[in-house]
Design a protein. Sequence first.
Length: 599
Amino acid sequence: MNPSNSASNLSAPMLNVSNTQLAEIFEEMADLLELSGENAFRVRAYRSGAAAISALSQPVSELIKSGFDLTSIDGIGGTLADKSKVVIQSGALPQLETLRQAVPRTLRDVMKVPGLGAKKAMKLHQEVGVIDLATLKTACESGRVASIKGFGKKTEENILQNLGIVMQAAMRLRLDQAEQLVVNLRAHFDGCPFLERIDFAGSYRRRKETIGDLDILVISENAEEVMNRFGSFPQVHEVIGRGETKMSVRLNNAFQVDLRVVQRQSWGAALQYFTGSKEHNVHVRSMAKSKGLKISEYGVFKETDEANPVAGEDEQSLYAAIGLPWIPPVLRENRFEFQPSIQSRLKNLIEESDMLGDLHMHTTFTDGEATIEQMVAAAVERGLKYIAITDHSKRVSIARGLNDEQVLAQWQLIEQVRKDWHGKIELLKGIECDILEDGTLDLKDDTLEQADWVTASIHFGLKQSREEITERILNAIRHPFVHAISHPTGRLLSRRQAYEADWPLIMKAAKAHGKCLEINANPERLDLNDLLACAAAEAGVWLVINTDAHATDQLGLIKYGVQVAQRAGLARQSVINTLPRAEFMDWLKNRSRIPSQEL
DNA sequence: GCCGTTTTCGGCCCGACTGTTTTCAGTCG
């Protein structure tokens, strides 16, 4: 880039480049550099840079505007900070354009076929002219791939088979779906005489919102038999690989499950290793290294004695060996779990048992399956101390949303029901009121004023611009009778992207007006996600964790919301519906109380 | 390219498995 270009870029207006777009540019840089045979560490630097950008809750463009030093972000150094600025200011990265001239971008798809990587993808490109998945398919079918040195007939067949999977797109299970699979697998292994211990690790154990594959860990003296049992699981479509201690299968729905057999004395080390995340483990191992220790999935070893482990039979001993408390899996993302304040944070991490209220649920008045009385009874059964019935407002016609008259009638009924449960649970007159496309609310102020609890949601007009969506949410936050914003980002996992909005601005407004942002615990939503929930808490905003239950058994979904909050590192002091009943009712009256920031 | 109680160079987690070649590179997690 010549100086005049640089100067004109600096004076150019900032473009609206999102963090996702910037991260994708760094991802592509990493892929194309790797294909070019660049230094692996340089490649990794771009990858972790992309991950760091994705994890930010504030747009990089805003950070740059405010003069924030990007190099203070872990994984962003001088070079990536400069390149970020170039991208934000010009919308493109010259180095990336140059790379694209040298390496076809579509080779990125090729290197993501299981079994292929950058080296093989590039070889396929150079030897037989593969440029994308289609030419790869043709090359395999014509037998040209098998003739390349380092490839063979088997490789060619595998590529053809895996191509089908890649074309099926990324197959991920939602956490609740993964949980069902785990239940089935446990049942399948139940009674296996060779199984001493079994557990499920990976992102499933970390309670990530979606799971790319499942890792099973077992202790057994007879790996053969355990693997045979594994292979006979009815949903297994094919065995991808099988060695002495490790076996991988693909299920009928293309989902991959790995099984690993370990020794008793390695259990903790193996569980820790296979729970990840990768980034967490890299940090753990480098901490060990700085203490003259080496950590592998077999244990913790002194560098001078690699035969006798000093720890690793359980996870506690492994963490203790490097001077850390046991870190709950939900926190193992290399975000803040290594910070010195971790001890106090762990002590205060929110638990499901802290949840005393549920302030978002539906009944037969709209699209729920249970009556008000049934929902109340189920809530009492679960030990809840207060709930709000929040059916839809009229805009959600498909759910037979309530108009002003209907909701007032429902609230009269609630006042009746309330008497029957006096002393057992506080029953609140609530409404999930739509935020209309123009930013006004779906019901009259006269109506909303009579509610005990109003949670405002967007269900329509999701394709509006970032500015319009932001303004709608801000309007709802400023509205005097609104208490909370439900499923604030509108995403549906693996079905619908979150809409874009100015979250820092929204959080600032929520704090100023004393309004809550919801963590919707429905496993199809989990909205806010962990990163935004963390940012909201740090911004001093009350969070509220609700089930959005449409049936009595869905009150049990609360655990998924709590797990999001745990991944966000939240203490119960950040979540309004952990307050005891009297304190919560007091907050409803004057809303003067603010979330405690102490950790 | 990042990072620093080993601070401006010299490291950067580490082992299993596969398919190939025959002692190992590439891929994966």
